[in-house]
Design a protein around this ligand. Structure first.
Ligand code: HEM
Length: 447
């Protein structure tokens, strides 16, 4: 009998001491130490492990083989919408990541038009003035929480690049819009998952309404004139077959894109700042590259910052901004020979893969050269390094993300230098996307 014809084994039974708390299961344990939880499950159960969340048993996929199978989704058993909607709530409904199968393919084909190289070149040209303006108020020689500053910066960039500015909107209203985004993003960590006032979900419902009306206000003008911001691009793009987005599609995609773009880029840049502050040799290498090109580099120049690229890859490995991906089975399937019945929640622990000693030398150590051509540890397995996911839902904004993160860091390196204590390890909040609870205090000194 060949391996393929063997009957899949059932999901291992969850040990009593892994059941966690009533109702929420292992959610709090995950928030405290996600990698510790993955590691224990890997050791106890192997690549397809059971775990408890919100009163249900789900499957946790660990390691590149198991995660790769779900990402490739050959038998179309894994759906995104029912899984992500449960986690991020109804606030990002109909965003590209929350659409499945044929419909997803149709939307993705249209959206691809917003991320072609000429579009990316146009976005990059807008990036530099937005970064310069956003950083204008940053004070040197004074400690500040880098994560929060960068979050504000990426939101300001998004307002310009995604919206093309919001000319009718005053600062107070813009702050309300920013708060609305944050409320939607933070809904993922809500325990009460209903429209109840004064809860994370209650705030996120209000936030989504604020975002919807904000975008709808600008929609007619965006439809009327084509400009090179993403909002306008979404209004005008069409495939060769003439497929276009409806008004509702544009609003839904915009809300999701702004969410997908700003927190992930903020986390990546924050991680890079931390490690560059702890590794002055790398900071100098990257600064030399930044100074060798002009203050407003083109895409090609940003791509040519080889050391900065290695640092970015290493930051994405060590602290994946989206450390876990979720899926829900729509039919019975098997992963690594383990049966996963229909209607099961599935978590892909990609951060764990990034730290497996089987695939990386000294996985906890900051060592960007592991991505250099002579080593390419990320090639140890097709799914060893997956900060942007894989398969049909692979991040559509990954090239843009790289450009934004590099453009911000390029500017910082040209203007400032900074140091972070070598032993510093940020206290992480893992309730939704991971961020340093102390904001990563940092002092920038002018070059
Ligand atoms: C460092 C920054 C980023 C990281 C680490 C990241 C990570 C990811 C990951 C892991 C996924 C796959 C989710 C899944 O399979 O369920 C994803 C999907 C997606 N990302 Fe990103 N992302 C980043 C930046 C961006 C940016 C800048 C944009 C837009 C400008 C963006 C737009 C999207 C969209 C639309 C999807 C859904 C794709 C689909 O379902 O077809 N992301 N991202």
């Amino acid at each position: 009998m060949t391996a393929e014809t063997l009957e899949p084994r059932p999901l291992p039974a969850l040990r009593r001491d892994d059941r966690g708390l009533p109702f929420i299961g292992q959610v709090l344990e995950y928030a405290k130490d996600p990698v510790g939880l993955y590691r224990r499950h890997w050791e106890r159960y192997g690549p397809v492990a059971p775990f408890r969340t919100l009163n249900k048993t789900a499957a946790m996929l660990l390691g590149p083989d198991a995660c790769g199978e779900a990402l490739q989704n050959k038998d179309k058993a894994f759906a995104n919408e029912p899984a992500w909607a449960q986690l991020v709530g109804p606030f990002f409904h109909r965003g590209l990541m929350l659409i499945d199968f044929d419909e997803h393919r149709g939307h993705r084909r249209i959206m691809q038009e917003a991320f072609t190289r000429p579009r990316l070149e146009a976005y990059t040209r807008r990036l530099h003035p937005a970064i310069e303006q956003g950083m204008a108020s940053w004070e040197a020689d004074k400690e500040f929480p880098a994560y929060w500053r960068l979050k504000q910066l990426t939101l300001d960039i998004a307002a310009d690049l995604f919206m093309g500015g919001a000319h009718d909107t005053g600062q107070a209203e813009m702050d309300r819009v920013n708060r609305a985004f944050i409320a939607c993003v933070q809904a993922a960590a809500g325990i009460v998952r209903a429209k109840v006032p004064f809860t994370r979900w209650g705030r996120a419902y209000r936030g989504r309404a604020v975002l919807g009306s904000f975008l709808r206000h600008y929609l007619p003008a965006k439809r009327a004139h084509q400009t090179d911001d993403i909002f306008s691009v979404l209004c005008h793009i069409e495939t060769d077959d003439g497929d276009r987005f409806t008004d509702d599609d544009v609003i839904n995609h915009m809300v999701f894109l702004m969410m997908a773009a700003h927190d992930t880029s903020t986390i990546t840049t924050t991680t890079m700042l931390q490690y560059l502050g702890q590794h002055p040799v790398w900071q100098e290498r990257c600064r030399a590259e930044a100074l060798a090109i002009g203050p407003a580099p083109s895409i090609t120049e940003l791509e040519g910052m080889v050391s900065l690229d290695l640092v970015m890859r290493e930051a994405l490995r060590l602290r994946a901004p989206v450390p876990v991906l979720v899926r829900h089975t729509v039919k019975d399937t098997a992963v690594q020979g383990v049966r996963i019945p229909a209607d099961t929640g599935v978590a892909l622990g990609i951060q764990f893969t990034h730290l497996m000693a089987e695939h990386w030398t000294d996985p906890e150590v900051f060592d960007p050269d592991r991505f250099a051509p002579q080593r390419r540890e990320d090639r140890s397995h097709r799914f060893a390094w997956v900060p942007f996911g894989g398969g049909v839902h692979k991040c559509i904004g990954m090239n843009f993300a790289g450009l934004e993160v590099k453009a911000i860091t390029h500017r910082l390196l040209r203007d400032y230098h900074w140091a972070v204590a070598p032993g510093y390890a940020p206290p992480m909040d893992n309730h939704s996307l991971p961020f340093p609870k102390d904001g990563l205090p940092i002092t920038l000194t002018r070059n």
